[in-house]
Design a protein around this ligand. Structure first.
Ligand SMILES: CC(C)(COP(=O)(O)OP(=O)(O)OC[C@H]1O[C@@H](n2cnc3c(N)ncnc32)[C@H](O)[C@@H]1OP(=O)(O)O)[C@@H](O)C(=O)NCCC(=O)NCCS
Length: 162
């Protein structure tokens, strides 16, 4: 990957990703609602794209946490998945994800939230440095500050539990 020297800080906006999908019957459980594992797979791809855009490097998912399924989404629902880099560290990036669902005649509503951490890797699969992130809006600054606390917690949990 070509970015070894491209480590200038970037704004959150530069790597933000929004993707839409529709819930097909093959994506649903036996009750006709979106299967959680399918949604996580879609979210992983969108988050991966945000991490890739920020780092301009190969990336790999290293952890998924804080995942909450808030409401069911029936077949036919239009999903919007949004992902942005909350904070980058040395080689890792915390991506915040939110998913909303819409059906004709209904208001769009949040159905899922999560955090995914990606690590930028070189051609040998070893972690490599990523650009810093520049939070600009009040929400981006709040997420940036909270990402440090979440990172500390997830690394402590990994140390204690794995
Ligand atoms: C990602 C990987 C290359 C990291 O290698 P490693 O030997 O753990 O490297 P390090 O210990 O130096 O950690 C690298 C970074 O990952 C972070 N990290 C490691 N485990 C983590 C976890 N569970 N959650 C969040 N961050 C984590 C470290 O804090 C470090 O971040 P920093 O460089 O920003 O400080 C390696 O763990 C790996 O290849 N994992 C498999 C990934 C994969 O296959 N994903 C697809 C899912 S099927």
């Amino acid at each position: 990957m070509p970015n070894k020297d491209k480590i200038e800080a970037k704004t959150v906006q530069e790597s933000m990703v929004e993707s839409t999908d529709i819930v097909h019957p093959s994506d649903s459980n036996s009750y006709g609602f979106l299967f959680g594992g399918h949604l996580v797979s879609l979210m992983d791809k969108v988050a991966c794209t945000a991490a890739f855009k920020h780092s301009e490097s190969k990336v790999t998912t290293v952890s998924i946490d804080g995942i909450h399924f808030l409401r069911p989404a029936p077949v036919g629902t239009v999903l919007t998945i949004r992902a942005s880099v909350n904070r980058s560290f040395n080689s890792s990036m915390e991506i915040g994800l939110s998913v909303s669902a819409w059906k004709p005649g209904q208001k769009s509503e949040a159905i899922c939230r999560a955090y995914m951490t990606f690590v930028a890797i070189d051609d040998q699969g070893l972690p490599q440095k990523v650009p810093a992130i520049i939070p600009e809006t009040p929400d981006q600054i709040r997420r940036y500050n909270n990402a440090e606390i979440r990172r500390k917690t997830r690394l402590e949990l990994k140390e204690k539990l794995l």
